[in-house]
Design a protein around this ligand. Structure first.
Ligand code: FAD
Ligand code: NAD
Length: 459
């Protein structure tokens, strides 16, 4: 056995990798975790979920302050100190990434800073050092997709650049109306940019419920965000004074911008670890296929998180990390991937899990809809909320919940009840008979169920 040996080596210290390493250590394994980043936490903590949510909170504070007038509260013009905001965001990231160092130490997980590549199904190279392992977990995540044919220019950003808060561009174009595009539109519109979102598909947040997305779209437009759907950028010219994006499709013409964000999806980092040397299959999109136990085609090697494909979400990576650690340690575990919640932390938030109405129709699954508009929610109105909707998809025979979409303030938090209901096979009756506190936004879930059952008295 070589000098450098571990029971289990985890490649990548993102939410998948560190969750897997910590769970395996808790199960008594000798674990090494490798990542080239200076800090632990991967994309999520360093340049993803956490910094974006910090900026979205700032955006919410700005919007609330601006809308204070309606409540008789005047604070004068809102001004933003970009250096202070950036420092606040960075301090939150630092607190969380440093916390992980403590959690790793407490579990005696050895953390190595370096880039790992397989040399066989039992060995790795970490920056020139040879390591052997009994088992390995690939958790190397993903990177932003770059659009071909765009010029090299400092004013063309990916999500990491956008989170750096270099400046507040007067005119900001965002190509891609998925979750990153819409969250960044929410942030920069509040900071004062004139934002244009250019989305290739006929709907922003493609895949989410169309009725709910229409509410989000109207709210973004009310904040002066221009949205072009069904539109493709065919040419980008970078002149000294501005970027010019030529568009075709739903919008035909040019958009001038002082900065542009490419937010057109992420690509798995699978091929970067030389999986072929270990005999691990990787597809043409660099995704490493796994089964529900997170096993690759090689018995000793597992893969988790973004590297295994969509949905590329931190909570999926974490759950897969636990599954891989448990299976690798001799326990039975699997992940039911149908019930992974998605949340866009926009204003209002858009959250969904399980089947949407359109998916149920497309798949020929018998279903009915239970919904409750937030215009009738006392808590929504009394807390300054705008339009919102709680929409449940359910089976007409068993009344079991099949899916849920919520658009409105705190929709991401409210969705948890629906996910638990679906996970436990709850019916509309279960949801409506559970007493929801008044006045809360969570009542809208109970009200939607009551409305479908004909027992609602609040409308
Ligand atoms: P990652 O977090 O990508 O971590 C992989 C790690 O592997 C990295 O640290 C990398 O340095 C390391 N690595 C790469 N190559 C090697 C190698 N050869 N050897 C060793 N290590 C290597 N998801 C949500 O659920 N909620 C959100 O609110 C959310 N917001 C987001 C906002 C933005 C702007 C972005 C970009 C993403 C967001 N995501 C969000 C997605 C989320 O960040 C990812 O799904 C999640 O980080 C994936 O976790 P992971 O462990 O698979 O990989
Ligand atoms: P995405 O796949 O969610 O959205 C990309 C969008 O760009 C799609 O709507 C797509 O139709 C569009 N698009 C693709 N090519 C285009 C083109 N040439 N012109 C115009 N539009 C084009 O990807 P994303 O928003 O970049 O996010 C990447 C990943 O990170 C996703 O998996 C997402 O789930 C995850 N993420 C999650 C959160 C969250 O959970 N809150 C936040 C940010 C990112």
């Amino acid at each position: 056995m070589s000098e450098n040996h571990a029971d289990l080596i985890v490649l990548g210290a993102g939410p998948g990798g560190y969750a897997c390493a910590f769970r395996a250590a808790d199960l008594g394994r000798n674990v090494v975790m490798v990542d080239p980043r200076e800090t632990l936490g991967g994309v999520c903590l360093n340049v993803g979920c956490i910094p974006s949510k910090a900026l979205l909170h700032a955006a919410e504070v700005i919007r609330e302050t601006r809308h204070g007038d309606e409540w008789g509260i005047s604070t004068g013009n809102v001004s933003v100190d970009l250096d202070k905001l950036r420092a606040k965001k960075d301090s939150i990231v630092e607190q969380l990434t440093k916390g992980l160092v403590g959690l790793a130490k407490r579990r005696k997980v050895q953390s190595i800073r370096g880039t790992a590549r397989f040399t066989s199904d039992r060995s790795l190279d970490i920056d020139g050092e040879a390591w052997t392992f009994d088992q390995a977990v690939i958790a190397v995540g993903s990177a932003p997709v770059r659009l071909p044919g765009w010029p090299e220019d400092d004013r063309i950003w990916d999500s990491t650049d956008a989170l750096e808060l270099r400046e507040i561009p007067k005119r900001l174009s965002i190509v891609g109306g998925g979750i990153i595009g819409l969250e960044m539109a929410t942030v920069y519109a509040a900071l004062g940019s004139k934002v244009t979102v250019i989305e290739f598909m006929d709907q922003i947040a493609p895949g989410a419920d169309a009725e709910a997305v229409a509410i989000l779209r109207a709210a973004l437009e009310a904040e002066d965000v221009t949205i072009y759907t069904g539109t493709k950028v065919t040419k980008v010219k970078a002149a000294k004074t501005a970027l010019t994006l030529t568009c075709e499709g739903g919008f035909e013409g040019t958009v001038k911008a002082d900065a542009a964000i490419q937010a057109v999806g992420r690509r798995s980092n699978g091929s970067l670890v030389d999986p072929g040397a270990a005999g691990v299959e990787v597809d043409e999109r660099s995704i490493i296929p796994v089964d529900a136990s997170c096993r690759t085609n090689v018995a000793t090697i597992f893969a988790i998180g973004d590297v295994t494909g969509n949905p590329m979400l931190a909570h999926r990576a974490t759950h897969q990390g636990h599954v891989a650690a448990e299976v690798a340690s001799g326990h039975a575990a699997a992940l039911d991937t149908d019930l992974i919640p998605s949340v866009a932390y926009t204003a209002p938030e858009l959250a969904w899990a399980g089947l949407t109405q359109a998916q149920a129709t497309e798949r020929g699954i018998p279903h009915k809809i239970a919904s409750f508009p937030w215009g009738a929610s006392g808590r929504n109105l009394s807390s300054g909320g705008g339009e919102g909707l709680t929409k449940l998809v359910y089976c007409p025979d068993s009344h079991r919940l099949l899916g849920a979409t919520i658009v409105g303030r705190n929709a991401g938090e409210l969705l948890a009840e629906c996910v638990l209901a679906m996970e436990m096979g709850a019916t509309l009756e279960d949801v409506s008979l559970a007493v929801h506190a008044h006045p809360t936004l969570s009542e809208t879930v109970g009200f939607a169920a009551e409305r479908a059952l004909g027992t609602l008295t609040d409308m």
